[in-house]
Structure formats: C-alpha cells, structure tokens
Design a protein around this ligand. Structure first.
Ligand code: ADP
Ligand code: ASP
Ligand code: MG
Length: 407
C-alpha cells in the first residue's frame, strides 16, 4: 500500500465529464489499496477569467483582494470532485488551504509555502477517505488567503507530497509527459522517460510551463519522485528523479522557450562601486526576479546596463528603475517587451563543449539575432525577438537531433 498524491491541472478538470473521469482515476488508485490525496486546479480558463475581473476594476489590483478572488476557482473544483467520488460510492472530503492548513509567507500573488500541517489530512486518510485539496492557495500568518503564482497547483501538490512523505506525486496533465520541446510547438518532440531534478529545474525556469519551478525545487529538496503523465491516456509518462549515470550521457535533453520576458536597459549609468546594488536592491525587495543581466564595457566612466524580468513584473520594475535612474544620474531607461528567451538544456553539457557555438550557428542560419546570452553548467539561453520564438525552438530541436526517429 502506498501513499499517492495526484495533481490534476485545469484542462483535466475543465468540465463535469472530465471531473467524473478524474474521479475514476483517483478511485482506481484507492481501490488498489493506496491512500490517495488529490490536488486540483481551477477549471481551464477560470483563473484567467478571475484575473481579468480584478484588472477590470483596479490595475494593478490590490494584492490581498486579488488573492481573495483568484483563489476561488479551486474551491469549485475540490467540491465537485468530492461529489463525483461520493456518487461513485467512494468516501471523499474536500479541505480548503486554510483548513489543512497550508501556511505561506505574506507575499500576496506569489506566496511561498512555509509549512503544511499533515494531521487533518492523515486523520481523513486513516478513515479511508480520499482527501481533495485545492492547488494554488494557502493562508498567511494573518489568516488571509494567499496564492502561489500562476501554475502554483504543481507546487501545492509536491509540497503536500513532501509533507506527507508520499511515495510518489503524480502530475496529471494534457500531455503525456515532459517532451524534448513543447509538443504543441514541435510536432516531432519526443517524450523523455526520465529526467533529473536539475534538468527539470532548468527547463521549468526557462519556460517549459508543464511544471512550476517551485514544485521542482520542493521535489528535489525533499526527494519526492514525480511522475508527469496524461489524464486522458493510460501511458507511462516522465519520471523526474535524482540524477543517475544514464542521464549524464545525454548531452542535450530539451529546448525551451519563454515568452513571458521583458528587457529593461538603463543608459549611461555612472560606473562606480555600489551602483548595481542601488539598482537591484530595491527590485529584489519588491520580490521581483531578475533573470539575465548584461553590463557593457565602460566608456568615460559610464556604462549601459540591460536586464530581463518577467513581463508581468515589468510595470512595477520600471517604476523602481526610473526612480533609481534619476537618483544615480543615469541618462535614460528603455524597455523592450517583444522578446523571448530560448534555451537548450542538458546534464551532459558539463562534460561536452561546443553546445553554445552550435546553438548560435543554428540561430544565425535563420537570421535570428541574439540580444543577450546566459549560461549555466547545464544550459545556454538567448534572448531573441519574440516573433522568432517558434522558429527558434524548431531550428534548435533539429540542430541537436532531438526529434523522434523517422524511418
Ligand atoms: P496543467 O493545466 O495541467 O497544469 P499546463 O498548461 O500548466 O498544464 O502545462 C502543460 C503544458 O505545458 C502542455 O500543454 C505543453 O503545451 C506545455 N509544455 C511546454 N513545454 C513542455 C515540454 N517540454 N514538455 C511537455 N509540455 C510542455
Ligand atoms: N489555477 C491556477 C492557474 O491557473 C493554478 C494552476 O492551475 O496551477 O494559474
Ligand atoms: Mg500548470
């Protein structure tokens, strides 16, 4: 008998028929003698609708009230799934984030889980019930509802799995696993059978939205095996686990693209010690993540600084940067929103050279200009014009021979 956490994304619970189908999957695991906890997202499109309601009234919306509104999509699906299971004769109970409770920090809109108290879940499991928990939501020390950032249900599921020391966390979604590239963009993308936490972490942070980054961080930290698989076919999906020798032999595992990037340039910044801290300090304090940073060589004691943030953070980041730029006597602040980040990722890069040059050549051949470059031990990523996103992903997927073999 195992303890299984199953997470179902928005498409998987998109209507009543689909919720009934999800109930059959949870029931099958329960009938097989396992203890089952299910984490669900809101119905597909529902969270977007709620976000739009907020923006229509107040832009940017009040963070506390935003969380109050957008967390409700998941309240609907936990109740419906519990009913679907009861109709099938299975004991089930839904619990809100505040009832579990799932405790988070105070940062509304992108809260981080601090602690999950497992007692109530365990008592219900012991009473042979399937426990259904909403993804994406938690409660802060003040008792206010918080949300975990878009795609946050993955993180809820993995955090619950870690807290309960579950044997596996199954992430059910609308594709059959993790592919060498987004299967909705690259037709011959190949399903990866096993991938390491580190590679998956890079893929997620480079835009493969199939798993939220924080969920992979949790999985790695607490060693929770993830099985990403389809809700709609019974096929074996992708296992995300600790690295092993076989994984090291793969040079490039995947190509990703992130269109949610924006570029900010500060022109003629005095090139003095402490300036970077003055710029990036307040940005960090506002909980805005800066991704790539480039500083040009300085001429006459001045330099240009360019960096990227997620597009959703652009307005807030710009406000801060304009204020600081004026204080430090920089000449101007420019932004570019029509950019995207493409990346190639693979553990084998640690021991293989030539990946970056192959990537640059492949992009150049299509006339795609590279604006910024960033590398890590297992990744090379480039900022390019957004209109070339899909083309760049396909070209790189081909250049590294990642596709399914054709006969
Ligand atoms: P859910 O609603 O189940 O959480 P998401 O839409 O968040 O699903 O994530 C699944 C989607 O992730 C897929 O439909 C696919 O388009 C996208 N995706 C991007 N990159 C990849 C990848 N490398 N492998 C699989 N899916 C990917
Ligand atoms: N419903 C939330 C969203 O759309 C959380 C999730 O689906 O993971 O972002
Ligand atoms: Mg998702």
């Amino acid at each position: 008998m195992a303890l299984i956490v199953q997470k179902f994304g928005g498409t998987s619970v998109g209507d009543i028929e689909k919720i009934k189908h999800v109930a059959t999957i949870a029931k099958a695991a329960h009938d097989a003698g396992n203890k089952v906890v299910v984490v669900v997202s809101a119905m597909a499109g529902e969270t977007n609708k709620l976000v739009d309601f907020c923006s229509a009234l107040m832009d940017p919306p009040d963070p506390r009230e935003y969380d109050m509104v957008v967390s409700t999509g998941e309240q609907v699906t936990i109740g419906l799934l519990a009913m679907a299971l009861k109709v099938m004769g299975v004991e089930a109970v839904s619990l809100l984030g505040s009832q579990v409770p799932i405790r988070t920090d105070d940062v509304h809109i992108k809260a981080r889980i601090q602690k999950i108290e497992g007692g109530k879940i365990r008592r219900n499991l012991k009473a042979n019930r399937i426990v259904i928990i909403p993804g994406f939501q938690g409660i802060n020390a003040r008792g206010d509802v918080t949300t975990l950032g878009r795609g946050g249900s993955d993180t809820s599921a993995v955090a619950v799995a870690a807290a309960l020391k579950a044997d596996v966390c199954e992430i059910y979604t609308d594709v059959e696993g993790i592919f060498t590239a987004d299967p909705n963009v690259v037709i011959d993308a190949r399903k990866i059978s096993r991938i390491s936490y580190d590679e998956m972490l890079e893929m997620a942070s480079q835009g493969a939205k199939v798993l939220q980054i924080r969920s992979v961080e949790f999985a790695k930290k607490y060693n929770v095996p993830l099985h990403v698989r389809s809700t709609f076919t019974g096929a074996e999906g992708t296992w995300v686990t600790k690295e092993d020798e076989e994984m090291e032999n793969v040079v490039v595992s995947g190509v990703t693209c992130d269109k949610n990037e924006a570029k900010i340039s500060i022109l003629r910044v005095p090139d003095k010690p402490g300036i970077a801290a003055k710029i990036f300090g307040p940005i960090a304090e506002a909980n805005i993540n800066v991704d790539m940073i480039i500083q040009n060589i300085s001429i006459d004691g001045f330099t240009d600084l360019t960096f990227t943030v997620t597009r959703t953070d652009l307005t807030q980041a710009l406000e801060i940067v304009r204020r600081v730029a004026e204080k430090i006597g920089a000449k101007d602040v420019l932004t570019e929103e029509k950019v995207a980040k493409v990346a190639v990722i693979g553990t084998g890069m640690r021991s293989h050279s030539g990946i970056a040059s192959k990537m640059f050549k492949a992009l150049a051949k299509e006339g795609i200009n590279i604006m910024m470059i960033s590398t890590s031990e297992i990744k090379v990523s480039c900022i390019i014009e957004r209109k070339y996103s899909e083309l760049a992903v396909r070209v790189l997927h081909d250049a590294f021979d990642l596709g399914t073999e054709t006969v």
